[in-house]
Design a protein around this ligand. Structure first.
Ligand code: HGY
Ligand code: MN
Ligand code: MN
Ligand code: MN
Length: 411
């Protein structure tokens, strides 16, 4: 089968332009969902879509959507996100969105007469500034009322208020949901964000499973006291309890030996926060990842019991709150085969691999046959300003995505 190509220069130019929204003087990008920088980037993206006659619209969740082909009937969706973590890089999410845009432009320019639509979507808040994968979960109807009501940012600001500031009404979030019949497949191109493809000298990774993520908050209430006069045996030290709980949680995970499982305590706060005061209060965010749901449950129980016993040992009161959960998912075998065949035909070296990062694709995987394509990340670095992939890899990945869309359309 003959293959066409996307316009690599236009892809790289647009990626470069997108990276200017929220760029920090010291390097890296701050573009959390619903921030002015993210709204500006969304408007810019919608404008690019309009230029390409893709009928851009922004839905009730803040998802930016372009469409080519018939107005009704099911569509092949190409998605990812344009929000970033604090100090993020220029490719996480952005590549998939700009690649999708480029595929639709190239398809449009090829003059192909489409009997099925293709959409490109930038999903809102994939990185969870307020609620992880808000946009794709809203679209697939998996958000719970409690999650939405209680969602807040790092500074305690509520999702409802952040959305209102950006011009959205949280009460209309449900309008972003769409029917299973409105979509036929889901595709996402992403950087690997890990070292595997680069170290093996491979062009492409084909994702077979996406890790699940649980986020919980542990709050320890002890007693703040003078650090010099309070004997060690008479303290109710929330900081010490937190430290011990964390160490035991890691030890417990090591014992379980689940190679793909991860535990991270990425946000720890001790109060009142002085060297000469016994901490009266500690707040810890824990993030657990695993490919199998039963591993996730077991690991979460392990972390819970590490906090329970540390709290009991130091007579501090423990509050646990489960903040959000993204279930593990598997990609469709048929899509893995299709992308694999394309790699063979286009002469790209590839492997099938799991994803340790979460992606919007995981929300579509249980609804429609979904596939994900990875390209190599230099040094495996991501969620960091130094995130980089060779331009050649970005173009290769986009061409594989393009060919996947073309072959799906031809079916
Ligand atoms: O954290 C993740 O895995 C994703 O980048 N949101
Ligand atoms: Mn990310
Ligand atoms: Mn991402
Ligand atoms: Mn004093």
């Amino acid at each position: 089968m003959r293959s066409w190509h996307i316009n690599g220069e236009r892809l790289l130019d647009d990626l470069n332009h997108l990276s200017s929204f929220g760029a920090r003087p010291e390097g890296g990008i701050d573009r959390p969902a619903f921030s002015p920088a993210c709204s500006e980037a969304s408007r810019w993206l919608a404008e690019r879509m309009r230029e390409a006659s893709l009928g851009a619209r922004i839905d009730a969740a803040g998802n930016v959507i372009g469409r080519l082909g018939p107005d009704d009937g099911s569509a092949i969706l190409i998605g990812s996100h344009i929000d970033t973590v604090p100090g993020g890089g220029p490719l996480d999410g952005s590549l998939g969105v700009i690649a999708g845009l480029e595929c639709l432009r190239s398809l449009s320019e090829s003059g192909a007469n489409l009997d099925r639509a293709v959409e490109v979507i930038a999903f809102s808040d994939e990185e969870g500034a307020y609620l992880s994968m808000l946009g794709s979960r809203a679209m697939t109807g998996t958000l719970t009322e409690t999650e939405v009501d209680t969602a807040h940012g790092r500074k305690g600001d509520r999702l409802a208020d952040a959305m209102a500031t950006a011009g959205f009404d949280i009460r209309k979030l449900h309008q972003a949901e769409r029917t299973r019949q409105s979509m036929s497949n889901y595709l996402e191109l992403h950087i690997e964000q890990g070292p595997v493809l680069e170290s093996r000298g491979l062009d492409v990774g084909i994702v077979d499973s996406i890790i699940g993520i649980d986020v919980s908050e542990y709050v320890l209430h002890g007693q703040a006291r003078h650090a010099g006069t309070t004997p060690m045996g008479e303290r109710r030290d929330a900081g010490r309890a937190a430290a011990e709980a964390i160490v035991h949680a890691f030890d417990d995970l090591d014992l379980r030996a689940v190679p793909e499982a991860r535990i991270t305590f990425g946000d720890i706060e001790i109060k009142p926060g002085a060297s000469n005061v016994v901490p009266g209060h500690a707040r810890i965010l824990s993030e657990i990842r695993a490919i199998r749901i039963q591993d996730m449950r077991q690991i979460r129980n392990g972390v819970d019991s590490a906090f329970d016993s540390a709290a009991a040992r130091h007579t501090v009161r423990l509050e646990k709150r489960y903040l959000s959960g993204d279930v593990p998912s598997v990609m469709a075998p048929d899509m893995i085969d299709l992308i694999g065949q394309i790699c063979i035909d286009l002469d790209h070296k590839f492997m099938v691999m799991p994803s340790g990062a979460s992606h919007d694709a995981s929300n579509f995987a249980s609804l429609v046959p979904s596939g994900m394509i990875f390209v190599a990340s230099r040094g495996g670095v991501s969620h960091h300003p130094d995130e980089y992939s060779e331009p050649k890899s970005l173009v290769t990945g986009t061409n594989v995505l393009f060919e996947t869309v073309r072959r799906l359309l031809a079916r």
